[in-house]
Design a binder for this molecule. Structure first.
Ligand SMILES: Cc1cc2nc3c(=O)[nH]c(=O)nc-3n(C[C@H](O)[C@H](O)[C@H](O)COP(=O)(O)OP(=O)(O)OC[C@H]3O[C@@H](n4cnc5c(N)ncnc54)[C@H](O)[C@@H]3O)c2cc1C
Ligand code: FES
Length: 340
């Protein structure tokens, strides 16, 4: 599918938002999801990059992504420096599982975001504030400096407008005092304990930032008794890894898939995953990271069994409904039917 850039908004020196119009289609999306864009490199090979949606569909905001330039990055620079209204971008429909739980009235939320990691979180906070008028939200947001901070003014005015529900703690690397500069383990624990002294089993924590940053916060939360099922993470940086172990069954099996109105069947055998085997047959399935880390390739196993060697996206309740990642999965013990 394609997106037309309707407008471009300069957010900071190095970042811009793009209001996108899906061409000839209407799309639904949830706060926290992303759009994967497909580019062609100099050798005419496809390269994919995902960008989280910063708009809230509940507020009827048009689909918007926010891109921050990465030093020497191939496509973020191109988008921020040269993409213009009217340009057409190839891509995939919104996807991803960094989304809000469905019934939230009783819940409370802590968000930890660093740099461009605010993008999905910004959409989630706007959505929560629009839907619920009682829930408590705390955002801890780390940046190099105030001038590099995406949505700084908008977040400040939200914190003023919803002072009874939203607390924001900004951290800037260039702050003169350490306690306002870097997020430490003790700071994470103090923030959680002081803002959520009760009902910690109803706390959901959302993390989006560098790997080590999210790891540190996760370790602190685990130490406080917060379960992994209460913690959701979105990784912007993909670390590719090979399958650490073989599936129990490495025999050849058929995969039958429904993608929209189209039906496909193809053979899959270890070491190719379901996605890799489909790509070899030129079957155009959705994907991005090919490493179990983004969720763009997720499908539902309707019959038969699949086994994933890696999953950093889906939670247990999603897996129980048959959802799995085609990029890290193999069919086992027979043929499988899947749908998107
Ligand atoms: C689910 C998800 C959501 C995301 N959401 C957002 C978002 O909302 N906003 C946002 O700005 N970004 C987001 N990202 C990140 C985004 O997808 C891109 O990864 C980012 O824009 C960098 O892409 P690039 O093409 O500019 O950089 P790349 O070309 O991929 O390069 C990235 C870095 O790797 C280095 N590098 C690349 N190739 C080599 C090489 N061969 N040797 C050595 N170094 C190399 C580059 O120098 C650069 O520093 C998201 C990512 C994911 C997975
Ligand atoms: S393509 Fe990213 S999880 Fe499969």
């Amino acid at each position: 599918m394609q997106y037309r850039i309707l407008s471009k908004i300069k957010e900071t020196e190095n970042a811009a938002s793009f209001v996108l119009e899906p061409v000839n289609t209407v799309l639904k999306y949830e706060a926290g999801q992303f759009v994967t864009l497909i580019f062609n490199n100099r050798n005419n090979e496809e390269e994919r990059r995902s960008y989280s949606i910063s708009s809230s569909s509940i507020l009827n905001e048009p689909l918007t992504i926010t891109v921050k330039k990465v030093v020497n990055g191939a496509y973020s620079r191109k988008l921020v420096d040269t993409a213009q209204p009217g340009d057409i971008l190839n891509g995939l429909a919104p996807a991803g599982f960094f989304t809000l739980p469905s019934a939230t009235e009783q819940l409370q939320f802590a968000f930890f975001a660093a740099g461009s990691g605010i993008t999905p979180v910004y959409a989630q906070i706007k959505t929560l504030l629009a839907i619920y008028d009682t829930i408590k939200i705390v955002l801890v947001y780390s940046n190099r400096s105030q001038k590099d901070t995406l949505f700084y003014k908008e977040l400040q005015s939200m914190a003023e407008k919803y002072a009874d529900r939203l607390v924001i703690q900004f951290l800037f690397n260039d702050a003169s005092h350490y306690s306002h500069a870097r997020l430490s383990a003790s700071m994470v624990e103090n923030i959680i304990r002081s803002h959520f002294p009760e009902r910690m089993q109803l706390l959901w924590v959302y993390l989006c930032g560098p790997f080590q940053y999210m790891l540190m916060i996760t370790m602190v939360l685990r130490g406080m008794g917060i379960r992994d099922t209460q913690i959701k993470k979105e990784q912007f940086t993909i670390h590719k890894s090979a399958a650490p172990q073989k599936p129990v069954d490495t025999a050849l099996h058929m995969v039958h898939a429904m993608l929209g109105q189209s039906a496909y069947s193809w053979q899959v055998q270890y070491p190719d995953t379901i996605l890799q085997a489909a790509k070899k047959q030129h079957i155009d399935l959705p994907y991005n990271c090919e490493s179990g880390q983004c969720g763009a390739c997720a499908a539902v196993c309707v019959s038969g069994k699949v086994w994933m060697y890696k999953n950093e996206v889906l939670m247990e309740d999603e897996i129980k409904t048959g959802r799995f990642l085609t990029c890290t999965a193999y069919p086992i013990e027979g043929d499988v039917q899947i749908r998107y």
